[in-house]
Design a binder for this molecule. Structure first.
Ligand code: ADP
Ligand code: MG
Length: 681
């Protein structure tokens, strides 16, 4: 009997397997069929012909027309990959990953084989890879190793309208190599009709337009400005959900960042729970840069019948990702953007109003598959009178130290005459040169030094790479790369569940014991986790995000590899906090601040009032002198990740930058020199 049963089982299994295979096959057939419904499909042949005929082609088509996923496949099918890889750049890492995943599905192959992606600290490619999606920043780094991009037959600079700093620099570099590599095809693709500018820049390259399908979008404005746009967005989403039939379309809400999205998610969950079974199911899908990969796919899953999806997205959904089935767009009108003051050299993240061009892109997301509606949470007066027409390209509002260092290591010295599409302010270029000089990356002739050459190997901001290079001198490279990795994860490390806030806060305070400062606290978190052999349980017990820690470990591994490349020995010196803090100061001395009487701080070099962020372990301690990682502007200008500093270090470490008079103050004269903490006088 047993045998018969066994036999039956085997048969069943075989059947099931067959069934699964045929299901997979039909799903794949559907994907192939879907490819043919995209707006770009009818233009496949003429597009390939145009690419054959011209070395540089500007391609314009609405978001969702199939530029990113289809054009590289067409080129592959047409045989271009026999001569080299096809590289397609994306301004955002999530887009690079998600699009590569989609294309590998369409081609029926495993991600990382023929189709792969490469983003900072994560390389999902192999020697089989022929279609490579990558961030624009990664292609920029590839120039350092391969200045003529010899392994590529086609470079597609995608989402060109985003005008990120890296994309703008790439323009200049690819334009240059196209001159001596006639076999290289260059595609510049963009979602907006403002393509003349790209064409002009690339010596009047022809423009290929992919006609889109667009349905009318009804625009609604608020009558009065909203005091709290997050709350207004949530209320609007719920109103749509409750008053409109569920089958009728999904909702897309544009928010400014991870924290805001998580707050919105929590409130929405709470309020829909309150409404119970009176309403249809609302599926909440967040999407932002640091969302773990396995959750990213959720936004693309078809909405089940009888339910509605609400996607809470950052700007990434404006043009980089297309989500099918959106009928309602809620646009609070803000975006988180870097801003830079070239006069002071200070950079800060802040939430700013979007441009009209952005507002129109956002609205357009609702009219892809049928007529849509856009709810702008600002007044029509605001729109017409207050919003700028276009977003200022990043190159004109950012710190250029990083690209200047990259360009210098590419041997490009005459930056003032580099072929920029829109040149950065000369002041910003000078500030970047000044900073690199202060960090000893450039000598006084503006040439790359040995230190600068080492710094350029790290895919990090110059101050962070300087901190690492300096750790060689202070014999604590092991600790410093852990700190650098922890500073680079980009998402929060600690979490604080509503019902366990006290426990979470206590766990966090543990790492701050002795008021060691935030950098050392980060190091302690990493080392303790390492001591538990990277235990997940330990993370739970200490209210630490496991995912963030795993990312830190990956980054750290890569930094360790790079240390070897620049011939810095991995040396551990965990007990010498002064050495560690001196390494930090070697990179971050331009970010020093001194406490004032009222508990605020004054930055030393370009005096400005700043505060210690409430999340800092030193927020209550208020040391007299601090060094900080970054500034974040919310209600005030806050310093985030702060450590205490001895003022004499500034003169010792950066004598060309600080003089004694900068670091002397009356109060410190009353205290014995070299004593760390300020007394309360
Ligand atoms: P474009 O680059 O012109 O904006 P894309 O090539 O990105 O257009 O998108 C074409 C289609 O592929 C869209 O309908 C989009 O919904 C779908 N798509 C793209 N990426 C994914 C993904 N990761 N999962 C599911 N569908 C996707
Ligand atoms: Mg695209």
């Amino acid at each position: 009997k047993g045998q018969v049963m066994g036999g039956e089982n085997v048969d069943d299994e075989a059947d099931e397997e067959e069934q699964e295979k045929s299901m997979a096959k039909s799903a794949h057939e559907k994907l192939l069929a879907d490819r043919k419904t995209l707006p770009v499909y009818p233009y496949r042949e003429s597009l390939l012909q145009a690419i054959e005929d011209h070395q540089v082609l500007v391609i314009v088509g609405e978001t969702g027309s199939g530029k990113t996923t289809q054009i590289p496949q067409y080129l592959h099918e047409a045989g271009y990959t026999k001569r080299g890889m096809i590289g397609c750049t994306q301004p955002r890492r999530v887009a690079a990953m998600s699009v590569a995943a989609r294309v590998s599905q369409e081609m029926g192959i495993k991600l990382g084989h023929e189709v792969g992606y490469s983003i900072r600290f994560e390389d999902c490619t192999s020697d089989k890879t022929v279609l490579k999606y990558m961030t624009d920043g990664m292609l920029l780094r590839e120039f350092l190793g391969e200045p003529d991009l010899a392994s590529y037959s086609v470079v597609m600079v995608d989402e060109a309208h985003e005008r990120t700093l890296s994309t703008d620099i790439l323009f200049g570099l690819v334009k240059d190599i196209a001159r001596f590599r006639p076999d290289l095809k260059l595609l510049i693709s963009s979602a907006t009709l403002d393509a003349e500018k790209f064409s002009d820049y690339f010596d009047s390259a022809p423009i290929f337009k992919i006609p889109g399908r667009r349905f009318p979008v009804e625009i609604n404005y608020t009558k009065a400005p909203e005091a709290d746009y997050l709350d207004a967005a949530i209320v609007t989403a719920l109103q749509i959900h409750v008053t409109q039939p569920p089958g009728d379309g999904d909702i897309l809400v544009f928010l400014t960042g991870q924290e805001e999205i998580e707050t919105a998610e929590e409130i929405l969950k709470h309020r829909t729970r309150g409404l119970g079974s009176k309403i249809a199911e609302l599926i909440i899908c967040p999407i932002y840069a640091n969302l773990p990969t396995e959750l990213q796919a959720k936004i693309f899953e078809p909405t089940p019948e009888g339910a509605r999806k609400v996607v809470l997205a950052t700007n990434i959904a404006e043009t980089s990702l297309t989500i099918d089935g959106i009928k309602y767009v809620i646009d609070p009108g803000f975006v988180k953007m870097k801003s830079y003051n070239p006069r002071t050299g200070m950079e800060s993240l802040l939430i700013t109003p979007i441009s009209k061009a952005s507002a129109n892109q956002r609205a357009g997301r609702s009219g892809r598959t049928g007529p849509g509606k856009c709810f702008r949470l600002y007044t029509a007066y605001n729109y017409f009178n207050d919003l700028d027409d276009n977003t200022v390209p990043e190159i004109q509002r950012t710190n250029l130290a990083n690209v200047v260092l990259s360009l210098k290591s590419l041997g490009i010295h005459d930056l003032l005459n580099f072929d920029f599409m829109d040149p950065p302010p000369a002041e910003a270029l000078l500030k970047a040169l000044e900073l690199l000089f202060a960090l000893s990356a450039l000598n006084k002739h503006g040439e790359l030094t040995k230190v600068g050459r080492k710094m350029a190997e790290f895919p990090l901001d110059p101050m962070l790479s300087k901190m690492i290079v300096a750790s060689d001198k202070y014999k604590c490279s092991d600790e410093i790369i852990s700190i650098a990795a922890m500073l680079s994860i980009g998402s929060s490390i600690f979490y604080r569940p509503k019902d366990k806030q006290v426990h979470a806060d206590n766990a966090r305070l543990n790492f701050h014991m002795g008021n060691v400062g935030d950098h050392i606290a980060l190091l302690k978190v990493y080392s303790s986790w390492k001591e538990t052999n990277f235990s997940t349980q330990w993370c739970y017990e200490n209210y630490i995000q496991v995912r963030s820690m795993k990312r830190a470990r990956d980054i750290r591994d890569q930094l360790e590899g790079l240390l070897e490349r620049v011939e810095i020995e991995l040396v551990s010196n965990p007990g010498d906090l002064e050495a560690i803090k001196k390494s930090i100061t070697s990179g971050y001395f331009p970010h020093s601040a001194r406490m004032q009487k009222n508990g605020s701080y004054r930055t030393v070099k370009h005096p400005q009032t700043v505060y210690i962020h409430p999340s800092s372990g030193l927020a209550q301690v208020l040391p007299r002198w601090v060094v900080y990682h970054e500034l974040v502007l919310t209600t005030k200008e806050y310093m985030r990740q702060v450590s205490e500093l001895k003022p004499e270090w500034l003169v010792e470490i950066a004598p060309h930058y600080y003089q004694l008079k900068d670091v002397e103050d009356l109060a410190s004269k009353k205290m014995p020199r070299g004593e760390g903490r300020a007394s309360k006088d």
